[in-house]
Design a protein around this ligand. Structure first.
Ligand code: PEP
Length: 254
C-alpha cells in the first residue's frame, strides 16, 4: 500500500449532464479498496445528480466541484459560491487547472484567493500546477512550478493545510488531452522535485503527507507504471474518466 494512500480523481470538465452522469455511475464497476479513494469532479449542474447517484448505488465515491467563487455571496453573475456547494454536501474543490489559467485568466493571485477561501470554508483542495511544452523544452519546468506554488507555500493558512486539506496535482500542460503522457521517469523526477520543494519550505513530515497526483493523458495502458513511482500518489484523469469502462479499469489497477 502507498504511504499516502491513492487518489483516483476524474475531471469531467464540460461533459456529462445529470442524465448521463446517472448512466455513468450505474455502469461503473466499483468496489471499495483499502487505502484508495475515488473522486469525480462533474460540472456544477451535474453535482446533485452525481451525489444522488453514488448514494443510490451505494458507491463510496467522493464528488467535488471543478471550480468555485472566492466570495461567499454577492453580485457575481454566473458564479457558484462555497456555501452553495456546502449546502448540497460538496466537500472538495479542484483549483488552478490549466484550462482555468488559460481560458479564464486565473492568475496565481486569483488561485491563491480561491484556495484560501476554500480552506477557510472547510473544503479540501486539489491544486493543479503544470508547465507548457515551451517551458519544459527550455529547461524551466521546476522554476515554473515553483513560481506557481510560491504564494501558496508562503501563506500560513496554506502551509498549515498542506498534507491535510491541501494536495497537489502535477499536470504538464503538454500532456493534457493530447495523448502524450509524461514518461514515468519524467513524472517521477518532477514529483520528487516538488516534494523536495515542499520539504525545504514546510518540513519533511508535511512534505511526506502531501498527495501529488499526476495528470495528463492517463489511460489504463500507462497508469500502472506511473503509479509504481514512489512520489506519484494517484491520477487526475480527464478523457479516460468519462467512460465507466476506462475509469473502472483505472480503479482496478490500484
Ligand atoms: C485534465 O484535464 O485534468 C486531464 C488530465 O485530462 P486528460 O486526462 O484528458 O489528459
Amino acid at each position: 500500500m502507498k504511504p499516502r494512500g491513492i487518489l483516483l480523481a476524474g475531471n469531467w470538465k464540460m461533459n456529462h449532464g445529470p442524465a448521463s452522469a446517472r448512466g455513468f455511475f450505474e455502469g461503473l464497476p466499483f468496489s471499495k479498496k483499502p487505502g484508495a479513494t475515488m473522486r469525480v469532479y462533474p460540472s456544477f449542474l451535474t453535482l446533485q445528480a452525481a451525489l444522488d447517484a453514488v448514494k443510490a448505488n451505494g458507491q463510496e465515491i467522493e464528488i467535488g466541484a471543478q471550480n468555485f467563487h472566492a466570495e461567499k455571496s454577492g453580485a457575481f453573475t454566473g458564479e457558484v459560491s462555497g456555501p452553495m456547494l456546502e449546502e448540497i454536501g460538496i466537500q472538495q474543490v479542484l483549483l488552478g487547472h490549466s484550462e482555468r489559467r488559460q481560458y479564464f485568466a486565473e492568475t496565481p493571485a486569483v488561485i491563491l484567493k480561491k484556495t484560501l477561501s476554500a480552506l477557510h470554508q472547510g473544503f479540501e483542495v486539489l491544486l493543479c500546477i503544470g508547465e507548457t511544452l515551451e517551458e519544459r523544452n527550455s529547461g524551466q519546468t521546476i522554476s515554473v512550478l515553483t513560481h506557481q506554488l510560491e504564494s501558496t507555500l508562503a501563506d500560513p493558512t496554506c502551509a498549515e493545510a498542506f498534507g491535510k486539506t491541501l494536495h497537489l496535482a502535477y499536470e504538464p500542460v503538454w500532456a493534457i488531452g493530447t495523448g502524450v503522457t509524461a514518461s514515468p521517469a519524467q513524472a517521477q523526477e518532477t514529483h520528487a522535485s516538488l516534494r523536495a520543494l515542499l520539504t525545504r519550505t514546510l518540513g519533511q513530515s508535511t512534505a511526506d503527507a502531501v498527495q501529488i497526483l499526476y495528470g495528463g493523458s492517463v489511460t489504463p495502458a500507462n497508469f500502472a507504471e506511473l503509479l509504481a513511482c514512489p512520489d506519484i500518489d494517484g491520477g487526475l484523469v480527464g478523457g479516460a474518466s468519462l467512460k465507466p469502462d476506462s475509469f473502472g479499469a483505472l480503479w482496478n489497477l490500484i
